[in-house]
Design a protein around this ligand. Structure first.
Ligand SMILES: [Zn+2]
Length: 156
C-alpha cells in the first residue's frame, strides 16, 4: 500500500518505471481525444466539480487512462470525498501513476500523471481515509470506467 511518504519520495527522487510508454504529438493527441479530454490530459485543465461523469459513480470496474488505456484505479478504492471529483485511496498498481511537485496557483501540491503516457490526471493529497491516508483527486475526463468482464455467464 502506498502512503504519503512514498508519494513524496517518488515526486522528489524518481518515479516507478512504467510497464510501457506511449508518446504522441500534440496533433495526434488532439485527433484521438475529445476536446475536454485534451484540455485536461494534455494541458492540465481542471474540470468543474460535481458536474463530471464519475463524481457520484460507484459501480464496480476499473478506471483506465482516457489517453492510453492503462489501468489506473480500481473502483473498489473509490470513495466519497465530498470534493466534487472522483477520489481514490490507492492506484491500481504501484507503477500506474507518476508524481510531480506542482507549485502552480500559489499552492504546493503533488500532481498525478499517467505513468505510461504522461497525461495529467489530477492531484494527490495526504487527507484521505485510513489506512493509506491518500486522496487521489482525479478529473473524470482523464478516466474511462470499464466494467469487469463477467466470466462464465455469457453463453446463450
Ligand atoms: Zn495514459
Amino acid at each position: 500500500m502506498l502512503r504519503w511518504t512514498d508519494v513524496l519520495t517518488f515526486a522528489k527522487y524518481s518515479n516507478p518505471e512504467p510497464p510501457r510508454r506511449v508518446q504522441k504529438t500534440e496533433a495526434e493527441w488532439a485527433a484521438l481525444l475529445t476536446a475536454a479530454q485534451f484540455r485536461v490530459l494534455r494541458h492540465k485543465a481542471t474540470e468543474s466539480p460535481y458536474r463530471n461523469a464519475y463524481c457520484r459513480s460507484y459501480e464496480p470496474g476499473r478506471y483506465q487512462c482516457a489517453g492510453c488505456g492503462s489501468v489506473l484505479f480500481d473502483a473498489a478504492t473509490k470513495y466519497h470525498a465530498i470534493s466534487g471529483w472522483p477520489s481514490f485511496t490507492q492506484p491500481a498498481a504501484r507503477s500506474a501513476i507518476r508524481y510531480c511537485f506542482d507549485d502552480s496557483h500559489h499552492m504546493q501540491r503533488v500532481e498525478a500523471l499517467c505513468n505510461v503516457c504522461g497525461g495529467h490526471l489530477g492531484h494527490v493529497f495526504p487527507d484521505g481515509p485510513a489506512p493509506s491516508g491518500l486522496r487521489y483527486c482525479i478529473n473524470s475526463e482523464s478516466l474511462v470506467r470499464v466494467a469487469f468482464e463477467e466470466s462464465g455467464n455469457s453463453s446463450i
